[in-house]
Design a binder for this molecule. Sequence first.
Ligand SMILES: *[C@@H]1O[C@H](CO)[C@@H](O)[C@H](O)[C@H]1NC(C)=O
Ligand SMILES: *[C@@H]1O[C@H](CO)[C@@H](O)[C@H](O)[C@H]1NC(C)=O
Length: 458
Amino acid sequence: MRYCSQWHLLLAIFLLALTVQAKENEVKTAVFLSPKFVLGPGKVENKFYHDIDFPRGHIAIKEFYGEVVDEWGNPVPLHETYLHHWVVERYYAPKGVEVPEGNGNQDLHLSKYIIVRNSGVCQGNVLGQYFGVGSETRKTKTYVPDPYGIEVGNPVEIPNGYEERWLLNVHAIDTRGAVDRLGCTECRCDLYNITRDEFDRPLRPGYMGGLLCCYDQTQCRVQEGFQSIKRSLYLRYTVKWVDWEDTIVPGKVYILDVTDTGKMPRDSERLSALHGCKVEYDVESCGTNGLANNECLDTKKASIVMPHGGSVIYGVAHQHSGGAGATLYGEDGRVICSSLPIYGEGKEPGNEAGYIVGMSSCYPQPGTVKVFEGETLILESRYNSTQKHTGVMALFYILVADPPPKPMHSLQTSVHELKMLSKYAWALVFIGVAVAVAVILSVGYLQRNERESGYQSI
Ligand SMILES: *[C@@H]1O[C@H](CO)[C@@H](O)[C@H](O)[C@H]1NC(C)=O
Ligand SMILES: *[C@@H]1O[C@H](CO)[C@@H](O)[C@H](O)[C@H]1NC(C)=O
């Protein structure tokens, strides 16, 4: 009986030791609301919020989730407010200098501010974000598995006199009462009655739809006499993170774009003249021939050279309605990640019929899927082309960690192991003490037992 209670005590000590250890760097969660935006039927909102609430300090981000909610915090379905995209960008700003709210991130490209882009190869002011998706936000996994994390807020990297800030862009379209819901979400210029872009430049001939036709405060066509109230909305976003520590392996975010030509575009109509990433493209209808032969799948490919290599620890694609999946291949044809859309089947938020409500993601076993410096990856995007689509997208996000240390036992790995060990040092100390106590108590117990039964110990 005494043995039994001793072991219970030891077990309790051991569990306590483990809890103490777990508490040391637990995952923290914060939920924030974006500034309010107001939408009436058919209206578009595309604002840039320059200094959003975000966890501060030297941290590793583990997860980022967002969705549109109303004033009462209720999730809003996509068939009412279509979330075209939301993106979160990182930058350094001189301390104490406020950036005015505006409807462009151009302001940030003044020399005063330093944009901290992701590690992808698109240039200019597009696709520099760390996080961001669209309608698929509710059912897309974004967590970063241990021991990885996205490192931000490292004071060593922030220039003197600057601070790290985060910018949020939300592009939402109210399609209540719309004459053509899909057309409004695909930003078809005729539905918006747009012939010139936001900066009053004529659209290029043949431009039928895309972001140039659904800029901030544009109006998509609604049914005649349709009445509904304007309403106040927010992007509610949830960030999970841990405080930085040396045992965390940093993962780098790469965003690859299927429209990336790798060259500077000649066309002056582009959203930015500095990159080969056009962000959007059109999918032509397969026509009656294709329909008859069941060949209504549009495939688009891009070759993208990786500036650095490493282990792929997460991957996911972004597509719009009509998307049929995207795959990232290595130079030798191996599949790095394939991401498929999840279409909704009902009416409730997170399951809206006809919309992409999630994208499947990849979590390869660490070290099993790698990309190499200078390797040409092939990004392939597939769309259902039964009907024409304008302004579609195909991005691929991958999180890449530096290659794990070589199997050879170098000093480097020993140091790493030592650090890993120190993480469990408290638990080990407790276990050590517990074992010592157990031995002492047991020996005492045995000795007493032996004395009581008349035997002599040796
Ligand atoms: C479309 O825009 C033109 C001017 O660009 C304007 O004259 C016309 O009334 C608009 N049509 C609708 C339906 O708003
Ligand atoms: C392609 O889209 C059409 C509607 O545009 C739909 O009827 C059809 O089922 C889709 N095909 C596939 C394979 O999803």
